[in-house]
Design a binder for this molecule. Structure first.
Ligand code: PEP
Ligand code: MN
Length: 334
């Protein structure tokens, strides 16, 4: 309360806290009173309380996300995707083209990344493109190609879903559903994937704070789906020399705040293929439990994101250097 607050103003706040079913804890100081508000959903009433006279400041003490928090669950969540454990001892590589373009390029890429040690095949069939005139993806045909590549290589498959109405259909073809950066705050989609029964790869919104990202995860978790993997993919900043600013601070931070596995997408995060390898290594050094990397047999001919896609040679070098790094790492951070 403000130091000018009157006793009736203090009592009115205490009464209001009780009315909504929360517990007030008043501590009277030398020149002001502090009212602790205890109860599950206190966060939701924050804004309404700001209208009561005599209040100086409302401070949030506990995190607004519950199911996603380490306080709720201290031990790490391990998410199983087609038999691959994400969040366990191994750093999991997910790799493949930005978009599924045709069966041949997909199979060629899948075979190569599998031979190099990738465990999950990525490939977009529904592409949320900035321009409506850009290649939008092959849709369900693309998902069928991903399924065929899974059958041939044994890789798990992750692909993006962009519309709530498509969730059931996409879920029939893939082992993990990706929610993209542009949809991180599409709450209808988050709830629908929460009911899908599939593991979810939740990209960070390009303009979202870590707290908003964890609240997006909370939407999925609160539908009963506990298999959420968080993916840092870069945020918008004033810097224009790279496509996004890959916020690697968020990796150890989110691992402190949450029990959910965290992976990094250095392809979207940098927008430049030459930066993908060094930033992959940096991400793993920072505690990322997996990477999702765009790989294309001929990046100069890719229908989307060619500039940030690795060719086979660079991907092979990345996998080699990752192995060296992991051997050198005595213990994973966190
Ligand atoms: C992608 O993975 O190709 C993609 C579009 O990701 P994001 O949503 O992070 O931009
Ligand atoms: Mn892409």
């Amino acid at each position: 309360m403000s130091h000018q607050a009157s006793r009736p103003q203090l009592d009115a706040v205490v009464e209001r806290v009780k009315e909504i079913g929360l517990r007030p804890e008043v501590s009277l100081g030398e020149d002001r009173a502090v009212i602790g508000v205890i109860g599950g959903n206190a966060y939701a009433y924050r804004e309404a309380f700001s209208h009561l006279p005599g209040i100086q400041e409302i401070l949030q003490i506990t995190k607004p996300f519950k199911l996603a928090s380490r306080e709720f669950q201290p031990r790490n969540t391990v998410v199983h995707v087609a038999g691959v454990a994400i969040g366990g001892d191994e750093v999991v590589m997910m790799a493949g083209p930005c978009s599924v373009e045709d069966e041949l390029m997909l199979l060629e890429t899948a075979r190569f990344v599998a031979a190099q040690g990738a465990r999950i095949l990525r490939g977009g069939a529904f592409k949320p493109r900035t321009s409506p005139y850009s290649f939008q993806g092959l849709g369900e045909k693309g998902l069928q190609m991903l399924s065929a590549a899974r059958d041939e290589t044994g890789l798990g498959v992750v692909s993006e879903v962009v519309a709530p109405a498509d969730v059931e259909m996409v879920a029939r073809h893939v082992d993990m559903l990706q929610v993209g950066t542009r949809n991180m705050q599409n709450y209808a989609l988050l709830q629908e994937v929460g009911r899908s029964g599939k593991p979810i790869l939740l990209k960070r919104g390009m303009s979202s704070t870590v707290e908003e990202w964890l609240l997006a995860a909370e939407y999925i978790l609160s539908q009963g789906n506990r298999d959420v993997v968080l993916c840092e993919r870069g945020i918008r900043t004033f810097e224009t020399s790279t496509r996004f600013t890959l916020d690697l601070n968020s990796v150890p931070l989110v691992r402190e705040l949450s029990h959910l596995p965290v992976v990094v997408d250095p392809s979207q995060g940098t927008g430049r293929w030459s930066l993908v390898r060094p930033m992959s290594l940096a991400a793993v050094a920072a505690g990322a439990q997996g990477l999702i990397v765009e790989v294309h047999p001929q990046p100069d001919q890719a229908l989307s994101d060619g500039a940030q896609s690795l060719d086979f040679e660079t991907f092979e070098r990345l996998m080699r250097e990752l192995r060296r790094l992991l051997e050198a790492t005595v213990s994973q951070p966190v």
